[in-house]
Write a protein that binds this ligand. Structure first.
Ligand code: ADP
Length: 325
């Protein structure tokens, strides 16, 4: 099938981790041991979460990641393939263990997290050229910052060279060069990341807009600041539009940002690319942000990460139940 016929194809290059979580009555202080409940194992990593989010939101997804050749890596590969991601992109490293996040959560839902990136750190730029046929036919490339920055940079350059639209979710917060940002079409920081990238304290809509404007000057055509329960702020050179969150009974906000980004990529991949971005077509951009807002909101209504991500039908049902004013 020629590339042009592939519909809604999203390429994600990023991290895959195993999350080991203990729920305890309170978080341990320095040097302290607290006894917790049972150990919960779940698949995580922003790359894997966003790839599954895009898939469930209706896109055809190719995910490139690296896990170790160990039981955690076996488990991640088995589950991601069962979810519907192609096995070809799930690389195994002989020398490093699978990335692990160690998480302690207290009864109020506060957490402490330490991550050992393991094999994610060995997802080096060379793998992108090595997997060119696998990656080259995407419509949208979606990347985050849990793999080496040189790989993120190469991924964005590769995507632009192959005519794809690029989305960078700059998480976790990290400094980014202007050269890297020039290859980004849509940038999707949350409030903390927008602040880290600009030095502007983001606490409300005007400060989010000021940070977005500063970021637009560095290359992206569109900046979308996600604002948790406030929704998202959509900014281009000519518009600043607040799209409020969809009110839901939130129980766990884990992976809300991942759901938002995966759904955004899936929705964008279904639209005519050049029109949408270059001319900043407001209606189309608003529609994809509303779709992403609905995905983020639904994710907060269930516990967990990948298991809480909504399907396209669930997202569309929520949107249909809330007609536009
Ligand atoms: P992150 O998880 O990266 O910090 P946010 O907290 O900004 O990202 O959440 C991402 C998106 O998820 C928001 O833009 C919003 O659409 C949705 N969302 C998050 N929290 C809520 C909530 N309490 N109610 C409804 N939607 C939410």
């Amino acid at each position: 099938m020629p590339a042009a016929c592939l519909s809604q194809q999203v390429v994600v290059i990023g991290s895959a981790n195993l999350d080991l979580t203990v729920i305890a009555s309170r978080l341990p202080r320095e040097g302290e041991t607290v006894l917790g409940g049972e150990l919960l194992l779940s698949n995580g990593g922003k790359g894997a979460n966003q790839a599954v989010a895009a898939l469930k939101a209706g896109a055809e997804v190719r995910f490139l990641a690296k896990v170790g050749r160990d039981p955690f890596g076996d488990r991640i590969c088995r589950d991601l393939v069962a979810a519907g991601l192609p096995a070809d992109g799930l690389l195994r490293d002989e020398s490093a263990p699978t990335g692990v996040a160690l998480i302690v959560v207290d009864r109020q839902g506060r957490n402490q997290i330490a991550v050992a990136p393991g094999s994610n750190q060995l997802l080096l730029p060379v793998v992108i050229e090595q997997h060119e046929p696998f990656l080259a036919h995407g419509t949208v490339m979606l990347v985050q910052l849990e793999i080496p920055i040189v790989t993120v940079e190469r991924a964005l350059q590769f995507a632009k060279a192959h005519g794809m639209t690029t989305i960078l979710n700059p998480a976790p917060a990290s400094a980014l060069s202007d050269d890297l940002l020039r290859h980004v079409d849509l940038l999707t920081p949350n409030e903390t990341e927008a602040e880290a990238l600009t030095g502007i304290a983001v606490s409300d809509l005007p400060s989010a807009a000021a940070a977005a404007k500063a970021l637009l000057l560095r290359g992206p055509h569109v900046v979308i600041v996600t604002l948790g329960a406030q929704g998202a702020l959509l900014c281009t050179a000519s518009i600043v539009q607040h799209l409020p969150a969809i009110p839901v009974a939130a129980v766990d906000t884990t992976a809300a940002g991942d759901a938002f980004n995966g759904a955004l990529a899936a929705a964008l991949a279904g639209k005519p690319q050049t029109d949408t971005l270059r001319t900043g077509r407001l209606r189309v951009l608003e529609d994809i942000v509303r779709f992403a807002n609905a995905a983020g909101a639904l994710t907060t209504t269930k516990r967990g990460a990948q298991e809480s991500l909504p399907t396209k039908a669930e997202i569309e049902r929520l949107l249909a139940a809330r007609p536009l004013p």
